[in-house]
Design a protein around this ligand. Structure first.
Ligand code: NDP
Length: 480
């Protein structure tokens, strides 16, 4: 059985207490590896290693930092099949998805920030007759990065890449549920010659390792992606310590379909935006609002397509959905389906576990589920489910749909389908979300600001926003 190690001070080492947690393959429901059950002592070692490395790394020219990051990206790319298989085994997602999305995007994250830092310029503000200001941006020091299980390497690299490119040293914790590709990344970092202590990966539980990272006085910034409740806990600890905070949290995203949309495009994209990665993407559109003239037609086509979506083991090339990430998560999603029924909803398709045969009989598979007949303000339509479950609701006017779309505490992303350009601009302008896609979903330009409003987060990732987060600005004024 593979035993994962922490990556501290450039070495792959056992946790101080030599205790381990089970790592489960969700497609079979069996333990297949062990991961360090690290503690505060391991985080302390990581901070010491980062402290030692900081002087060297922060003074390494950005061209040289970028070159090492590109080398890391190239090695991952050359081992694409291996990384995709590992991601799929750890998370339950179809291998095909990991090959097309997760691992290529991890490679892009590293390459993007390795080069973005080369273009990250200082600002200067001239004051007529008085003098000139110039603003320097220096790395913060040691930063903490904590990431979730749904897009493991993709979101892990989305944080550590800008942090490292900007010259910080990092103490990072991947989700305990999906640690494998972060472990493989640590092997790659060694191979690529990343100096010791620049990146430290401490595996373990959120309430131990995540908490210790958040509380450590020498860690000056926390970049976190995960649930809103965890984000609140982290903010409560970090804010009084005056740490910089970037929080990417939950979502309950609306998908608004007007009658004048391109029907086929809206339908096929809605299949993806509802059920890709078993609905476990923070950007999935889980509340679908359909304009009344096409409600019945869209519903019939959507239900038919969903009912024929193949739920299968991750290496099945025909699989549209794989396993959800864990047994507790499967149970949580099923409990929301029960709640929806209690709230008066009708399950149009799905609503149950799928039992596969043979070695996959104990895996955590759910049928993609569509529910109708719920009010916009019931719990099912207000709380994040984070699984292959969507609701459909008809609407009559733009005002009505905007009111329903904006009614949740979340404000991450939204999707709008219409061929009316003026309406597209108007609706996009009135949606309370950090991201709006019109006639598209999940099109990502890594230069754009990424993040949510309201309880979906604080701050923005992506492009120069991320580099600004991971640097400290200093303004110098010189009298002329
Ligand atoms: P969690 O909030 O449970 O966990 C996220 C990370 O935080 C994990 O590494 C977790 O460790 C760690 N953690 C847990 N408790 C603490 C703590 N007290 N202090 C510090 N760290 C802690 O989220 P999930 O992993 O369940 O991920 C799903 C959530 O992530 C969904 O709500 C989803 O919407 C959100 N998400 C948001 C995105 C965005 O960009 N806005 C993108 C992707 C997901 P452990 O695994 O051990 O619990």
């Amino acid at each position: 059985m593979k035993i994962i190690k922490n990556y501290i001070g450039g070495q792959l080492i056992s946790p101080v207490l030599d205790e381990y947690l089970d790592n489960v393959d969700p497609s079979r429901g069996i333990v297949y590896s062990k991961i360090p059950d690290s503690t505060t002592d391991d985080v302390e070692k990581a901070v010491q290693a980062a402290e030692k490395a900081y002087e060297g790394w922060s003074n390494t020219p950005k061209e040289a930092r970028g070159a090492i990051m590109i080398k890391i990206a190239d090695i991952i790319e050359s081992r694409m099949n291996e990384f995709a298989a590992a991601e799929s085994l750890d998370n339950g997602k179809p291998v095909k998805l990991a090959m097309q999305v997760d691992i290529p995007r991890a490679v892009s994250n590293l390459k993007f920030f390795a080069t973005a830092i080369q273009h990250f310029a200082s600002e200067s503000h001239y004051m007529e007759g008085l003098g000139v200001n110039y603003t320097t941006r220096k790395p913060i020091g040691i930063v903490g990065c904590i990431s979730p299980w749904n897009l493991p390497l993709y979101l892990f690299t989305w944080k550590i890449a800008p942090a490292l490119a900007a010259g910080n040293c990092v103490v990072a914790k991947p989700s305990e549920v999906t640690p494998m590709t972060a472990f493989m990344l640590s092997e790659v970092c060694k191979e690529a010659g990343l100096p010791e202590g620049v990146l430290n990966i401490v595996h373990g539980l959120g309430h131990k390792v995540g908490d210790a990272i958040t509380k450590h006085p020498k860690i000056k910034a926390i970049s976190f992606t995960g649930g809103t409740a965890t984000g609140k806990t982290i903010a409560t600890i970090a804010a009084p310590m005056f740490k910089k905070l970037s929080l990417e949290l939950g979502g309950k995203n609306p998908n608004i379909i007007f009658a004048d949309c391109d029907f086929e495009d809206a339908l096929s994209t809605t299949m993806r935006s509802s059920f890709a990665n078993q609905g476990q993407i923070c950007l999935c559109g889980s509340r679908i609002f359909i304009e009344r003239p096409i409600y019945e037609k869209f519903k019939a086509a959507f239900v038919a397509k969903t009912a024929e979506s193949k739920v299968s083991y991750p290496s099945d090339p025909e699989a549209k959905l794989g396993a959800v990430v864990s047994k507790p998560h499967m149970e949580k999603v099923l409990s929301y389906i029960e709640l929806a029924k209690e709230e008066g909803g009708t399950v149009l398709t799905g609503g149950e576990q799928v039992k596969l045969e043979g070695e996959y009989a104990n895996g955590y598979y759910l049928r993609p589920t569509i529910i109708e007949g719920l009010t916009f303000d019931c719990r099912t339509n207000q709380e994040e489910i984070f699984g292959p479950v969507v609701t459909i609701t008809p609407f009559d006017t733009e005002e009505e749909v905007l009111m329903m779309a904006n009614s949740t505490e979340y404000g991450l992303a939204s999707t709008v389908w219409t061929s009316n350009l003026k309406r597209a601009h108007r609706v996009a302008d009135h949606l309370h979300t950090g991201i709006v896609w019109v006639n598209a979903w999940l099109v990502r330009d890594l230069r754009t600001p990424f993040g949510g409003m309201k309880s979906s987060g604080v701050g923005r990732e992506g492009g120069f926003e991320a580099l600004r987060f991971f640097t400290e600005a200093k303004n110098v004024f010189i009298k002329s």
